[in-house]
Design a protein around this ligand. Structure first.
Ligand code: SAH
Ligand code: SF4
Ligand code: F3S
Length: 481
């Protein structure tokens, strides 16, 4: 793994100018290919993992377009395949390995096909070693910290006959000015910070995304103003722990201040954010949420476990009681607030009694949705070395028991929506049919209804007719604006 701690980009401008030169070179090569064969080179990006990765892929996508690639959805058509990987749980890694095997076959018949892998998995030295040893047909490996150098790395790959590997062990400066080709028009991801300093004992993210660093408010606000003037209706502010936004900045500004400033931007309809850490959520933040017309009444507040001893072993730095008090306050200030969570089952040392604490917490909070995960051992994290690992059978048994309680409770909550009229921002066609549209309520419930495509991007009111199978269906009542 090459170590680039000493590398300092002289200025953002220098980086962007250097990038331009590499982009121009690749575009020339691709244009020539087009003239000779009357066919544009095509690229596909397969993204695994969270919104951070999705957003990184939007940056790669913009670079690819500038390099003269067309995007495709099919592996068979692609001249360049990029896997932007995730390693938060073992399953995420299995998926990547499975797809690498699939591409190996394609590479056997198509010698000029380029395969690049990047993202969080590549920030782990043992994975890079494995790729070098067992996946020699991968042409390019890079990590999360040097995504901005993709054009120069791709040029090097095109010119070389060996595997190009460049992964930085540490994060560099916050990079501004990279183009982003957003996949969704109505709703845009906006990074407000990078990295994570929390080191929850099970989690690999602080190792793959580096130390926490915040973007300056003026850069964030400028990006959002531009988005709003280009027609974006909703922004999703992204960070691993948005509640600690601003801690690394010279001018002290916190997340609540930032939200108020974003709320003042004209043309935007809605503001959301992900993810809130319960230890840092302040009353000030909840007050600002309640008072700001564009900030949606929705909190994804991962609890992870309902038992204080497990929370302590997880290094989460809050207690069950503090968590419940936050929920109580949020509901007092925003009675309609949608609350969702993440739960890990089978954390090392989790006893039956600890597990029952989690079950009781679910019953108490009555979440609108909960994402449940089996604990997955991540090399390099403290929890991987804890003695009392819970057996796979036990983990599956617990998740089954938990879902037996959780699912009916969510269905019961959904049933209260029947005949209610809700306000939706229409985001897209529904997944199931092109005659139906999909919109979201302020508290993050998705609703499908019949409507014309022109409604996409509009605020509408819809009457809920049928709460079914974790989703809501409705009928259009009126177009608001
Ligand atoms: N920064 C966010 C998201 C982290 S990853 C946060 O703190 O909430 C998303 C979720 O994956 C976590 O909330 C956690 O529930 C789950 N997760 C992370 N590491 C895991 C592991 N080793 N095993 C199982 N689930 C894990
Ligand atoms: Fe992982 Fe914890 Fe950071 Fe979330 S807050 S990314 S769970 S270390
Ligand atoms: Fe996965 Fe990296 Fe996100 S490990 S969850 S893609 S930050």
């Amino acid at each position: 793994m090459s170590k680039r701690e000493t590398l300092h980009i002289e200025s953002m401008e220098t980086l962007l100018n250097t990038n331009d030169a590499h982009i121009r070179y690749i575009k020339q090569v691709n244009d020539q290919h087009y003239q000779e064969l009357n066919q544009k080179r095509k690229a596909i990006i397969v993204t695994y993992g969270c919104q951070m990765n999705e957003h990184d892929s939007e940056k790669l996508n913009a670079m690819l377009m500038d390099m003269g690639y067309d995007m495709t959805k099919k592996f068979d058509d692609a001249d360049l395949i990029i896997f932007n990987t995730c390693c938060v749980r073992e399953n995420a890694e299995f998926k990547v390995y499975g797809n690498l095997g699939h591409v190996k076959k394609l590479k056997e018949t198509r010698k000029d096909l380029i395969l690049a892998v990047c993202g969080c998995m590549m920030q782990q030295p043992h994975i890079v070693t494995e790729i070098k040893k067992k996946y020699k047909y991968v042409d390019l490996v890079f990590g999360t910290h040097n995504i901005q150098n993709f054009p120069s790395l791709l040029e090097e790959t095109l010119k070389s006959d060996h595997q190009v590997v460049e992964v930085w062990e540490n994060e560099g400066d916050v990079i501004e000015g990279l183009k982003i080709n957003r996949l969704k028009e109505i709703k845009a991801y906006v990074n407000i910070m990078y990295g994570c300093d929390n080191f929850c004992s099970y989690c690999i993210v602080p190792h793959t995304r580096g130390r926490e660093r915040s973007r300056k408010p003026e850069d964030i606000l400028e990006e959002i103003r531009q988005l709003a003037s280009d027609g974006t209706k909703e922004v999703m502010l992204l960070g691993q722990n948005v509640n600690s936004y601003g801690k690394t900045l010279e001018n002290k500004v916190d997340f609540a201040d930032l939200l108020s400033q974003v709320n003042a931007i004209e043309g935007l309809e809605r503001i959301r954010f992900m993810t809130s850490h319960p230890k840092d959520i302040s009353r000030k933040l909840i007050d600002v949420m309640a008072a700001s017309d564009k900030v949606c009444e929705y909190l994804h507040l991962p609890v992870q476990a309902g038992s204080n001893s497990v929370l302590k072993m997880m290094n989460r730095k809050y207690t069950r009681e503090q968590y419940l008090e936050t929920i109580r306050y949020a509901r007092e200030k925003m009675p309609e607030v949608g609350i969702t969570t993440d739960i890990i089952l089978g954390f090392p040392g989790e006893t039956e009694e600890d597990f029952l604490d989690t079950m009781r917490l679910l019953d108490e909070v009555k979440y609108d949705a909960a994402f449940t995960y089996l604990y997955s051992k991540r090399t390099g994290t403290p929890a991987a070395t804890f003695d009392e690992q819970v057996s796979e059978d036990e983990k599956h048994e617990r998740i089954k028991r938990l879902l037996e309680v959780l699912n009916p409770s969510i269905t019961e909550k959904l049933s209260h929506y029947k005949d209610q009229v809700v306000e939706l921002l229409v985001e897209d066609f529904a997944k199931t049919s092109n005659e139906k549209l999909m919109g979201r309520t302020r508290n993050n419930m998705t609703v499908t209804f019949e409507g014309k495509p022109e409604l996409i991007g509009k605020l509408v009111s819809v009457k809920i007719t049928q709460p079914k199978n974790f989703s809501l269906h409705g009928e259009l009542v009126a177009v608001i604006r």
